[in-house]
Design a protein around this ligand. Sequence first.
Ligand code: TYC
Length: 100
Amino acid sequence: GTDGDASLLTKPKTKSQRPPLYKVLLLNDDYTPMEFVVHVLERFFGLNHSQAFEIMLTVHKKGVAVVGVFSHEIAETKVAQVMDFARRHQHPLQCTMEKE
Ligand code: TYC
């Protein structure tokens, strides 16, 4: 405790808390071109073309996929970057995050 080693009072140790992680999710829609989604995954998530194509197809077929797991701040930045890029190109692509 704050009274140092001489104290008879001890505080139970708690596990050191890891910062929470957040999944970034990409959602399917009927209009965003497949090549645009692949480009987004390469550009903002550092995936190579074949990884990006694979995840795009998973979203297309299943409706949603996790594209990465990040700290809260990084996840928020990725979501904002993807949403802004999609909006600028007038595609309805949706990207969101949730606590793991
Ligand atoms: N379903 C879209 C199409 O057929 C492609 C697509 C894939 C859209 C993944 C969004 O997150 C997405 N053009």
